[in-house]
Design a protein around this ligand. Structure first.
Ligand SMILES: Cc1ncc(COP(=O)(O)O)c(C=O)c1O
Length: 455
């Protein structure tokens, strides 16, 4: 096959045997996906050789950028030694041990003491839920089994993770979901029925959690899980007081606090961990994505000393009857060690804060220029633009509105790869992003919105 024939083969065969996540298979035929063939730094190239700024950062995970020699070398070096073996009882490998030390060092301020590995974010959360239930059984409080979470939260797509996820659009086709999972109102400063005052909103939503736990009975609730910043739900940034108040509510009712740091972990929000940004120490932290920038699938769940202590008890249920074939995968862990070295040595957390502030400033300019923008927000390199038909009523555009459907392609045309989710555009470039790249992104977004917005 010559080069053009190979390109045509890919384009013609994409929809023939292949169903994509989060897509209607019919749409993959009529509206074929962008086929990417190359990445370097914060750029990617499609099969026709056109370059794009990667404003998705892969899927908010390629934090150190594409094609990093240090990460590739670490994977190859590990492949030369041992590509795979399992880590079930009785076996271990060097990079997973090294990574467990590195992670607990990085999360020492949060008091994390033990880690378990999986292959991604959903795995990390499943592990958290199962071990939270096991924890209470080991503590002889076997009725504490329920998991509370926030409406609009995203925790992944496996049954447990989906049961905790609060977006109706993700849940409807797969219901009924797992019993014992309940969602309460999330603090959304832009869209809530109560108040424009952030502190008040934080108190109201923490109060709802408090009352719901009280109502159902603290003796039945194992854990509360939330993202420090709701990512897939539209970059919803809670008020400063929300997480500290949630920690108080959890302590009051003896409920474990799980931070889903799958997106916010390792610098994206401008703090090394999202919880640290809010000044809160969770009991369990769920990690994936930026842990190794997506070079090989990996997730991890970390437990503090309080939780870990339950496994020191002599109990018939103390064995961890949970784990995955790819837990502690040597290539994934070797990639993570190299990746985290870059995050620290290049101070990408600080860069996310600085470049993110510049990006937010430019989004404010976009809002001044386009009436269809109702809100822009961001913390570090987690940013969003919310599109509305009317700024006063905040009526959102429907996901199938011609404007919304045209936005992604119009950005691509101008060299920007973005994620449009319903009436929002979320932006999460690699943490190596620069102010100059932000300015380039601004031109692409400004041109795209001007070209396709109504009026
Ligand atoms: C906060 C959060 N948790 C969990 C997940 C699920 O991770 P994965 O897709 O790796 O299973 C995601 C994915 O985007 C996420 O954003």
């Amino acid at each position: 096959m010559d080069d053009q024939a190979a390109v045509n083969f890919l384009k013609e065969n994409n929809a023939r045997h292949y169903w994509h996540p989060m897509a209607d298979p019919k749409a993959s035929e009529t509206d074929p996906p962008l086929i990417l063939t190359k990445g370097d730094g914060f750029q990617v190239w499609d099969v026709d050789g056109k370059p794009y700024l990667d404003l998705m950062g892969g899927l908010w995970n390629v934090n150190v950028g594409h094609n990093r020699t240090e990460v590739k070398d670490a994977i190859i070096a590990q492949m030369d030694q041992l590509s795979y073996h399992n880590t079930f009882a009785g076996l271990a490998n060097a990079p997973s041990i090294e990574l467990s030390v590195k992670l607990t060092d990085m999360m020492a301020p949060e008091g994390m003491d033990k880690v378990m590995f999986g292959s991604g974010g959903s795995d990390a959360n499943e592990t958290a839920f199962k071990l939270a239930r096991q924890y209470w059984k080991l503590m002889d409080q076997a009725e504490k089994v329920k998991v509370f979470s926030l409406k609009n939260g995203y925790h992944g797509m496996q049954f447990g993770a989906l049961s905790a996820s609060g977006g109706i659009v993700w849940r409807r086709a797969y219901e009924p979901l797992m019993p014992g999972f309940f969602q309460i109102d999330n603090p959304d400063p832009y869209r809530n029925p109560w108040t424009d005052d952030g502190q008040e909103l934080g108190r109201i939503c923490a109060g709802i959690l408090d009352r719901e736990i009280q109502h159902q009975g603290p003796g039945t609730v194992a854990a509360f899980i939330a993202e420090p910043i709701q990512g897939a739900g539209g970059m919803i940034i809670p008020p400063d007081n929300f997480w500290p108040l949630v920690r108080e509510v959890c302590d009051k009712h003896d409920v474990l606090l799980i931070a889903d740091e799958v997106v916010t972990g390792f610098g994206r929000s401008g703090a090394l961990f999202g919880s640290r940004g809010w000044g809160v120490k969770p009991d369990i932290m769920c990690l994936a994505k930026g842990i190794n920038s997506g070079y090989v699938p990996l997730g991890a769940t970390a437990f503090n000393a309080r939780v870990a202590a339950a496994w020191e008890r002599d109990h018939p249920l103390a064995t961890i009857m949970h784990g995955y074939t790819y837990a502690g995968h040597p290539l994934a862990c070797a990639a993570a060690v190299a990746n985290l070295d870059i995050v620290i040595s290049e101070n990408l957390t600080a860069n996310a804060g600085l470049v993110g502030a510049h990006f937010l400033g430019r989004l404010e300019e976009l809002k001044d220029r386009h009436q269809v923008i109702g809100d822009v927000r961001g913390k570090g390199l987690m940013l969003a633009i919310e599109f509305v038909k009317d700024r006063t009523t905040k009526e959102p555009f429907a996901p199938n509105d011609p404007f919304i459907k045209a936005l992604g392609p119009a950005c691509l045309e101008r060299g920007a790869l973005v994620r449009v989710q319903g009436h929002r555009m979320v932006l999460s470039p690699p943490l190596i992003f620069t102010n100059e790249a932000v300015d380039e992104a601004f031109e692409a977004l400004d041109g795209a919105i001007a070209a396709v917005a109504p009026n």
